[in-house]
Design a protein around this ligand. Structure first.
Ligand code: G6P
Length: 615
């Protein structure tokens, strides 16, 4: 979703802003813009609907010189994507520019009152209202800009991360956040960077300060960084060192980030279990659970809240927690949970799963669960993210930055961490048979190698993609833990190739989707060997009998399905509980190659955002 980058220092701002906007492209956006203060001081604004490349074309040969500036990628909420609605927005007298992520919920009331006071608006956005509100507060109170922004923010309801630039304060940037992340990079030469996530910053500095909710920062050229709350209390900035490496956010020779991230999975899965799983001793160490063991031991129910791909990881976890920890599990879309007046009991443990750690609905679900007394555990990828800070305890997935909008390595890392959790709790509670526990502990450690061997089948998946890339529909079927994998496979195809796809529990097929099957319909069947394998084979027969074109994912050595399926992809044998970590991989590769053959923008699919910070 929307991205923010800003700079103040001794270097030219524009190249830093453009580079930063390019780094933020992965978040998903539909327009981009910059504002720079030139000598004078004179505020220069350039913005365009479309990609950062379109903005660059609009700027053309024009020289925009200045050492302080702000940049933004917009994902439309209020008003369609066009040049006028793109950020930065300026105040009525056009001396102040503002960029904003989030949604100002009371913008309509604020706008009406500003209209009555003679303000005129150019755009449909809530952001422009905030620029005018700051101007109005400054005019009526006579306060310096910092106080005017602070007072204006006290009138705002909703979520914001903002950066303000002003002609009459040419040595200042003002940044503030509430429910939308903002990070400040502290350079070595008195220069500062502000961004909605660390990706535009890490090539300049590893030292950052994360703003907390309702904090406002004043960054001055010769006076450094000062932070207050919007209620005017002083805050001491806490500088932390980021561990993220630049290579992690570059393509490293791959054509797309998504392909790179698919191929990173042997390493990312290994990273997610490293330090937690001790195969020799047969132990799992998870401090986030052990430090709060009372809550887990007494848990009457686990409630998993998540969105998108993370919700699918939650569905896999439902099988694992019930099987190993013998605790009833409910998996909820965070967006439904938060508005349903859910029953939350003090002995519930709520698990929030999120790659970005910023998804607005998941964050709101956590806040609701906390208010009602539940213990909340986060499974997040992004270190320091809002969800990781909002939860009582948690486990990072350590998949590394995921840039492709369609989630791949983050999903398998989530599943790996959730598997560890289920086993750990099961072992502590004595609900998992020791023999199975030790087998799984050993097998988990072998998964990265097995993923490597699945990845070797890429040429076959490319060939299948060539055969099916013109299809208009696809069906994904699986049973047990492979059912959520089927959902995830269908989602991956929809997201990046725009082919309509549905995932179903295989046995449920005969209650509806079977009507769709004809000689044109690709049916991806997950039939790895497990206790219900025979039943899955019967479902395969049902598809075959209706002429469907079968692509089967099976366990190595399987001969039955070779007779029935047009294509067979084999994955190495493993305990059935670990099957998702392997059977997901070919589905990712299939979607990837289909999307490439269809000429789609794989890393930034239309309308989608990487981090959905609005509800
Ligand atoms: C967006 C992304 C998905 C992601 C979902 C949940 O829709 O495009 O890939 O699964 O948000 O995001 P989260 O960061 O909470 O896992």
């Amino acid at each position: 979703m929307c991205g923010i980058v800003a700079y103040i220092g001794s270097q030219q701002a524009l190249p830093i802003l453009i580079n930063g906007l390019q780094r933020l492209e992965y978040r998903g956006y539909d327009s981009a813009g910059v504002a720079v203060l030139e000598e004078g001081p004179r505020l220069r604004v350039a913005k365009r609907k479309g990609r950062v490349a379109d903005l660059l074309e609009a700027i053309g040969e024009d020289v925009i010189a200045g050492t302080i500036g702000i940049g933004h990628t917009r994902w439309a909420t209020h008003g369609p994507p066009n040049d006028v609605n793109a950020h930065p927005h300026v105040s009525g007298v056009r001396d102040l520019a503002l960029i904003h992520n989030g949604i100002i919920e009371n913008y309509h009331a604020l706008k009406q009152s500003l209209l009555q006071r003679g303000h005129q608006f150019e755009s449909d956005t809530d952001t422009e209202v905030l620029a005018h509100l700051i101007e109005e507060v400054r005019k009526t109170t006579g306060k310096p800009l910092f106080d005017a922004v602070r007072i204006a923010l006290n009138e705002v309801q909703g979520a914001y991360a903002i950066v303000v630039l002003d002609e009459s304060n040419p040595n200042q940037l003002i940044a503030a956040r509430k429910s939308s992340p903002l990070v400040i990079g502290v350079g070595s030469e008195g220069d500062y960077y502000v961004a909605s996530d660390a990706t535009p910053i890490i090539e300049y500095t590893a030292n950052v300060v994360y703003l907390e909710d309702e904090e406002i920062a004043l960054i001055e050229r010769d006076n450094g960084l000062h932070i207050r709350t919007i209620h005017n209390n002083e805050v001491t900035p806490e500088i932390i060192e980021l561990e993220m490496q630049l290579e992690a956010i570059e393509k490293g020779g791959y054509e797309h980030f998504m392909l790179k991230e698919i191929f990173e999975q042997p390493r990312s899965i290994a990273d997610s279990i490293r330090g937690r799983l001790n195969v020799k001793q047969g132990t799992i160490h998870m401090a986030g659970i052990d430090d709060h063991w009372d809550q887990w031991q007494q848990a009457g129910r686990l409630v998993i809240v998540a969105c998108g791909t993370s919700w699918h990881a939650g569905l896999v976890a439902e099988y694992l927690f019930e099987e190993f920890a013998r605790i009833p599990v409910e998996v909820e879309y965070a967006s439904e949970f938060r508005y349903r007046n859910p029953i939350i009991r003090p002995d519930d443990v709520v698990i929030a799963i999120s790659q970005s750690g910023e998804t607005a609905d998941t964050l709101a679900a956590i806040q609701l669960a906390k208010q009602q007394g539940a213990h909340v555990f986060g499974v997040c990828n992004v270190v320091g993210s809002s969800i990781s800070r909002e939860t009582h305890a948690g486990a990072y997935t350590h998949a590394g930055p995921e840039i492709g909008v369609a989630s791949t390595k983050a999903f398998t890392a989530q599943v790996a961490v959730l598997t560890l959790m289920a086993l750990h709790i099961g072992q502590k509670k004595g609900t998992v048979p020791p023999k199975r526990y030790y087998r799984l502990v050993n097998e988990l450690a072998t998964i990265p190698k097995k993923v490597e061997s699945v990845l070797e089948q890429e040429p076959l998946l490319r060939q299948i993609a060539e055969d099916f890339h013109e299809s208009t529909n696809a069906l994904y079927l699986g049973r047990g833990v492979n059912f959520p994998v089927a959902l995830e496979g269908a989602l991956k195809l929809k997201e990046i190739s725009y082919i309509h796809a549905e995932g179903y529990p295989a046995a449920e097929m005969k209650h509806g989707p079977i009507a769709l099957i004809d000689a044109e319909m690709p049916v991806v069947f997950l039939a790895t060997t497990d206790e219900i394998y025979e039943k899955a084979v019967s479902n395969v027969q049902e598809v075959k009998a209706r002429g469907g074109r079968l692509i089967a994912v099976v366990t190595e050595g399987n001969r039955d399905l070779a007779q029935l399926a047009e294509y067979v992809i084999s994955v190495p044998p493993c305990d059935e509980a670990l099957a998702p970590l392997l059977s997901t991989i070919p589905l990712q590769l299939l979607s990837y190659h289909i999307a490439v053959l269809r000429g789609c923008n794989v890393d930034q699919p239309r309308n989608l955002a990487k981090s959905v910070t609005v509800e």
